[in-house]
Design a protein around this ligand. Structure first.
Ligand code: SF4
Ligand code: SF4
Length: 393
């Protein structure tokens, strides 16, 4: 494992464990499997574990496993305040007490304002007295470092960076998002101010691994150096000295072991110029096939009408990366072959989902576009047939 320093010289593993989606069975977190993964991560040298108040069951499970194995003091916990739910200073105390209770700890190592995408949200928090509150928590040792996670554009990112004396920040960044969101501009700006940057979505929700266009896969295969697509995506990030920790939501032992192996090579400057050129080619191939830049994060869900928004966009994009047959098949499988349809045509354009999309996707319009391609007469007939035959209840 390679390590990089935070603002105060503490060593952080270049690979961090993203705890948003622990493995589940029958809808519940599989604690046995999660414990094995977390212990393997710990043994493999990972010392940064990222969760959030709003990740279902995540803080409780992480806290329970760290306490049970007596390793809480040896790792760093990063968690996030759902500031958008807070209306008063008492609210800050309430949520913070709940973090500590769930995580079974007396302090948080890295505390983030979750999805602080707008300076107006920070101003609102300032009016509630958050700066004094954070200063008190830091002085008492209950919070060690203060940061924010971010999904907006680079201009706003720089404004937020300038608005407070942040210890660190967290952005979405990968070889497909070099020039979207905070992007390289934001990364460089934070670095120029001595603020370490934690990276989320290094694989764009897995899409830089499992849903690559065939010619992108071929480009990887024909390159002189051989790595898996996931390894290339991580190496692209670690190659940059401005990157501190890269988070990955690892819910299988194979994935975890591969990432730990890759992280042994996670030094700045690890890529040769021809490797970077090859990755630029891959990015332009993927861009040429992508219709909607959905990462599958599911922040837009649940839709009150039951629309499977990320599922629709995944199938829609697949139509252009792997062919219409493959995309329509996926759409049929995910939206029609089930008891309750989750088709895009159920959208009533309420707009609720768009407020939560960190990629700022015009979901209503894109769902309409997707419907035209995906909801063919054959799809409609099959869906009606399934209902009439009560195949799925
Ligand atoms: S706009 Fe459509 S997809 Fe979005 S929440 Fe409303 S009904 Fe659901
Ligand atoms: S539409 Fe936006 S919020 Fe929904 S899954 Fe895609 S990227 Fe995430």
């Amino acid at each position: 494992m390679q390590y990089r320093e935070d603002r105060y010289g503490n060593k952080l593993s270049v690979l961090g464990f993203g705890c948003m989606r622990f493995p589940r069975v029958n809808g519940k977190i599989d604690k046995e499997k999660t414990e094995k993964l977390l212990l393997r991560a710990y043994e493999g040298g990972i010392n940064y574990y990222d969760t959030a108040y709003i990740y279902p069951g995540s803080e409780e499970t992480l806290g329970e496993i760290l306490e049970k194995n007596q390793i809480r003091e040896r790792v760093n916990i990063a968690t996030k305040l759902p500031h958008y739910l807070i209306r008063s200073r008492a609210g800050l105390d309430k949520y913070f007490a709940e973090h500590l209770r769930r995580l079974r700890t007396g302090y948080i190592d890295y505390y983030l304002m979750h999805m602080l995408n707008d300076i107006a949200a920070w101003e609102k928090l300032k009016n509630l007295g958050i700066e004094d509150w954070l200063a008190e928590k830091k002085a008492s040792g209950q919070i060690r470092q203060i940061g924010f996670s971010y999904h907006g554009n680079s201009d706003m990112f720089c404004k937020i960076i300038d608005a407070y004396d942040w210890d660190f920040c967290q952005i979405q960044y990968n070889y497909m998002d070099e020039h979207t969101q905070a992007g390289r501009t934001g990364l460089d700006y934070a670095h120029s101010k001595g603020i370490p940057v934690v990276i989320m979505e290094p694989l764009r929700g897995g899409k830089l691994v499992s849903k690559l266009p065939k010619d992108a896969v071929q480009t990887f295969r024909s390159h002189t150096a051989h790595h898996s697509p996931a390894q290339w995506a991580f190496l692209w990030l670690w190659d940059q000295e401005e990157v501190t920790v890269v988070l990955s939501g690892m819910n299988s032992m194979d994935m975890l072991n591969e990432n730990i192996r890759t992280a042994r090579h996670g030094e700045a400057g690890v890529l040769a110029p021809e490797d970077k050129k090859m990755l630029e080619e891959v990015a332009s191939i993927i861009n040429s096939k992508m219709k909607v830049g959905c990462t599958g994060c599911r922040y837009c869900m649940p839709c009150p009408q039951g629309v499977d928004i990320p599922g629709t966009f995944s199938a829609y994009n697949r139509c252009y990366s792997e062919g219409k047959g493959a995309g329509r098949h996926e759409y049929m499988m995910t939206t029609a072959l089930r008891k309750d349809s989750t088709a895009a045509s159920q959208c009533i354009e309420c707009g609720k989902c768009e407020q939560h999309c960190p990629q700022h996707i015009q979901i209503r319009q894109e769902l309409k576009n997707a419907r035209k391609v995906l909801e063919t007469p054959i799809y409609q007939a099959a869906k009606t047939g399934i209902r009439m035959l009560h195949i799925y209840g």
